[in-house]
Design a protein around this ligand. Structure first.
Ligand code: SER
Length: 320
């Protein structure tokens, strides 16, 4: 039976991963750790306060729950990392190295570390970017994600620790409001539209970025985690994505459901980050090696996001 530790468990990806693991891995012990945990315990999981930089606490947690697998999600995202690159280095690089070292020493079997489109930098052809394209990022977040990929490969080769990772595009979800990333505008736009408010977008209207709906992101993590190791030609850097769109295309799609929705555009420093990232990704290696293909089209994602956010709004209104 698996005993699974999630770091950064109450962020955007972790919140959905807890639900996905509860559904897909019945019987597994799920230990959800984060620097802050919800006051009201969530049912069916263990909640642990853990700063990933604290190796001794991490070791104790792994030992106490006899952890067999770690999803290492704790990370400072792209926009925040540019505001405080030293903190981002400490959490994203030093703590990731510490986690791999502790996982190896404590005999954890496998570690999953999501990577990102941020591993790419300016100077490449930005369309249908494959995993073999050189990764020369100019952001601290990108540098930390490339480092995580390299360390994952190293620990796999040198110590036989089974480390795997996907490169996520922007992720769209309704369970938590993401903050600190560059692709978060997409979620913010949905939230404002459903609240009946206008939205001021911090990217130019024509900024294309690869994106994916969270249910597909969860499928990709679980499929990669369960994939036969012998089939993995590339452990740490599987590109996954579903579609690409720009803010103006998303706004138009939302307006088809909510006609009065208004969006204005005021690009800020996050535009520079987005301009260095791919416009679209080639995810064919994930398809070839472990059969991944996303289920949600752009239109299906837009409809599902709006109906879920409307349901959440309805529940909130009924609660007051
Ligand atoms: N969604 C992330 C960010 O915007 C990219 O992986 O920082």
């Amino acid at each position: 039976m698996e005993n699974i530790l999630i770091t950064g468990a109450f962020g955007q990806v972790g919140t959905d991963l807890i639900l996905a693991l509860k559904e897909n891995k019945p019987g597994a012990t799920i230990v959800a750790s984060d620097i802050r945990i919800p006051e009201k315990p969530k049912p069916g999981i263990q909640q642990v306060v853990l700063d990933v930089r604290d190796q001794e606490e991490l070791r104790k947690t792994i030992s106490r729950y006899n952890i067999t697998k770690i999803y290492h999600l704790a990370s400072i995202l792209s926009a925040s990392a540019e505001k405080d690159p030293f903190l981002a280095y400490d959490i994203n690089i030093n703590a990731t190295f510490g986690l791999l070292k502790t996982a190896y020493k404590e005999h954890v079997r496998s570690v999953i570390i999501p990577s990102s489109i941020a591993v790419y930098g300016p100077g490449i052809s930005r369309d249908m970017v494959g995993s073999g394209v050189p990764t020369v990022p100019q952001t601290m977040y990108g540098i930390s994600k490339v480092t995580g990929e390299l360390l994952g490969n190293y620990f796999s080769m040198k110590f036989g620790l089974d480390v795997r990772g996907v490169r996520f595009p922007g992720l769209i979800s309704y369970e938590t409001v993401p903050t600190a990333g560059t692709t978060d505008y997409a979620v913010e736009m949905f939230i404002k539209a459903v609240e009946g408010k206008p939205y001021s977008c911090y990217l130019r209207p024509d900024t294309f970025l690869p994106m994916m709906y969270m249910p597909d992101a969860m499928t990709s993590l679980l499929m990669l985690s369960d994939a036969d190791s012998g089939r993995l030609k590339n452990r740490m850097s599987y590109n996954v994505a579903a579609y690409s769109f720009s803010p103006e295309q998303l706004a138009a799609a939302i307006k088809r459901h909510i006609p009065g929705f208004e969006v204005s555009y005021n690009a800020d420093e996050r535009q520079n980050i987005a301009d260095g990232w791919p416009r679209s990704l080639d995810s064919s290696e994930a398809m070839r090696d472990w059969g991944f293909s996303p289920q949600y089209t752009f239109d299906a994602m837009v409809s599902d996001m709006i109906s879920n956010l409307q349901a959440i709004k309805g529940r909130r209104q009924n609660a007051v």
